[in-house]
Design a protein around this ligand. Structure first.
Ligand SMILES: [Zn+2]
Length: 236
């Protein structure tokens, strides 16, 4: 690490830029198909992957001990829900290292990187393909009108959240611009207790609930969302 790495930490943190992908992913993940856990079905599926369901599972890409489950087909692509979702044939045991390195890559391309030996690659590829086609057959969504309407409103809420995040970023810029200059002559230096108290006092003056207090969530009206939704529908 270099001392100049600190620059990145001293910069203001933008909400939209750092959290957009997370928000998109959370919304996509919430409406993707899923299935309930069924022990017998999971046992059978793991046998198809040549794994012993009664011992610790191993990574389908590198054979090291698995620490997580990887979605073969990513559940989000270009910010939209994608693939068969959270279903057995789309989830495979995977080590944490492979999971983070694979990212949005095609699973087969990634497997080739991990298994350069053509024979080993082919064997493992066929195994995963069998598993995938047996348990996560492609979806051909035939959404009803009611489902489509709900989905439209659902994604309008996502877009409204993203718009609100951008707006909050602009406000944060303004707040930093108008913030009173800090008194750097004070003698005692910063103390966590004093800083905490200062924030608490400011929030109290704003009549905002303390993030640490166990207050009821504000009574959010859904009005802005339905207005946003109507405006968007009118645009289309
Ligand atoms: Zn691995």
């Amino acid at each position: 690490m270099k001392k100049t790495d600190l620059k990145r930490y001293l910069k203001p943190q933008a909400i939209y830029k750092t959290r957009r992908t997370t928000i998109n992913g959370a919304f996509a993940a919430a409406v993707l198909p899923n299935e309930a856990y069924d022990d017998a079905r999971v046992m059978e599926a793991l046998h198809l992957l040549d794994q012993d369901p009664d011992v610790d599972l191993s990574c389908v890409y590198c054979d090291l001990p698995a620490g997580t489950w990887d979605h073969l087909v990513p559940v989000i692509k270009k910010g939209q829900p994608h693939g068969p979702g959270h279903r057995i044939g789309n989830l495979v045991p995977c080590c944490k290292d492979c999971n983070s390195r694979k990212g949005g890559k095609d699973w087969s391309d990634f497997l080739k990187l991990k298994q350069p030996d053509p024979e080993a690659f082919q064997e493992m590829q066929e195994r995963i393909q069998r598993y995938q086609s047996r348990y996560a057959e492609a979806l051909h969504p035939q959404a009803t009108q009611a489902e489509r309407e709900k989905l439209q409103e659902f994604f309008a809420i996502r877009d409204a959240v993203l718009v609100l995040m951008k707006h909050a970023d602009r406000l944060a810029d303004d707040i930093r611009d108008i913030r009173a200059p800090q008194d750097t002559t004070a003698g005692d230096g910063p103390s966590e207790a004093r800083e905490h108290q200062a924030w608490q006092e400011m929030l109290r003056q704003l009549a905002l609930p303390s993030p640490e207090g166990s207050v009821a969530p504000p009574d959010l009206s859904l009005e802005p969302f339905s207005n946003f939704f109507k405006a968007r529908s009118a645009e289309q």
